[in-house]
Design a protein around this ligand. Structure first.
Ligand SMILES: CC(C)(COP(=O)(O)OP(=O)(O)OC[C@H]1O[C@@H](n2cnc3c(N)ncnc32)[C@H](O)[C@@H]1OP(=O)(O)O)[C@@H](O)C(=O)NCCC(=O)NCCS
Length: 183
């Protein structure tokens, strides 16, 4: 079941915040190290002008995600998208992302952009040296030995439109992806 996180209890918002910490901290992200930071992010994503949806499996909050308008509300940014660890790989991420896309479309959006960091070398980007290589040479050689989520997004129709090298430090690269949600 999909529900709007703008309309859920404080306890559910706290669960959503904890999920960010529990899922992303072991992946090497230092963005949401504490429950307070996680909760702050959920609240920010529940801005009235943003899309923020959760997905439930039975009675359990299984994941959540959001999108916020950019570029005159024509293109929106997906941020974040998370499925709790023990329910990953069951198609829930795909369902949640589709619902977010449909909601963005309903609000007049035509495309979605996202940035997905390679913070801990799950791709071979470091060997490819993105600071020096042009994108057209780099992309055909990009590999994903560590199951980085860029492959998940590619399966959902997102295309890599850029790589930002060394975003938050040397060797941490952001993979920018985009999808048109209108024909
Ligand atoms: C990435 C994430 C949202 C995907 O959700 P999910 O429910 O696990 O994925 P699904 O089961 O819906 O997967 C759909 C398809 O994508 C594939 N897939 C999912 N995660 C993948 C990954 N990391 N690498 C490669 N393929 C992946 C699945 O195998 C499935 O393929 P299929 O259709 O051929 O069976 C989820 O795994 C997650 O929260 N990961 C940790 C946090 C994260 O990385 N968030 C994204 C940050 S930008």
């Amino acid at each position: 079941m999909i529900r709007d996180l703008h309309q859920v209890s404080e306890e559910t918002l706290q669960q959503a915040g904890r999920m960010l910490t529990e899922v992303f901290s072991p992946l090497g992200s230092d963005e949401w190290n504490t429950e307070a930071q996680g909760l702050e992010e959920v609240r920010a994503c529940c801005d009235p002008s943003y899309v923020c949806l959760g997905i439930w499996e039975q009675d359990e909050l299984a994941g959540w995600g959001g999108a916020r308008p950019m570029y005159h509300r024509v293109t929106w940014e997906l941020h974040p998208l998370v499925i709790t660890r023990h329910l990953q790989g069951r198609g829930l991420g795909e369902k949640l992302l589709y619902s977010i896309e449909q909601e963005v479309l309903r609000l007049g959006g035509q495309g979605i952009v996202l940035g997905t960091d390679d913070e801990n070398g799950r791709t071979n980007l470091n060997e490819l040296n993105p600071a020096l290589q042009p994108l057209e040479l780099l992309l055909p050689r990009l590999e994903n030995p560590g199951n980085h989520p860029y492959s998940f997004y590619q399966r959902q129709g997102y295309r890599i439109v850029g790589i930002i090298p060394n975003t938050t430090g040397s060797g941490i690269h952001d993979i920018l992806m985009w999808k048109a949600i209108v024909d």
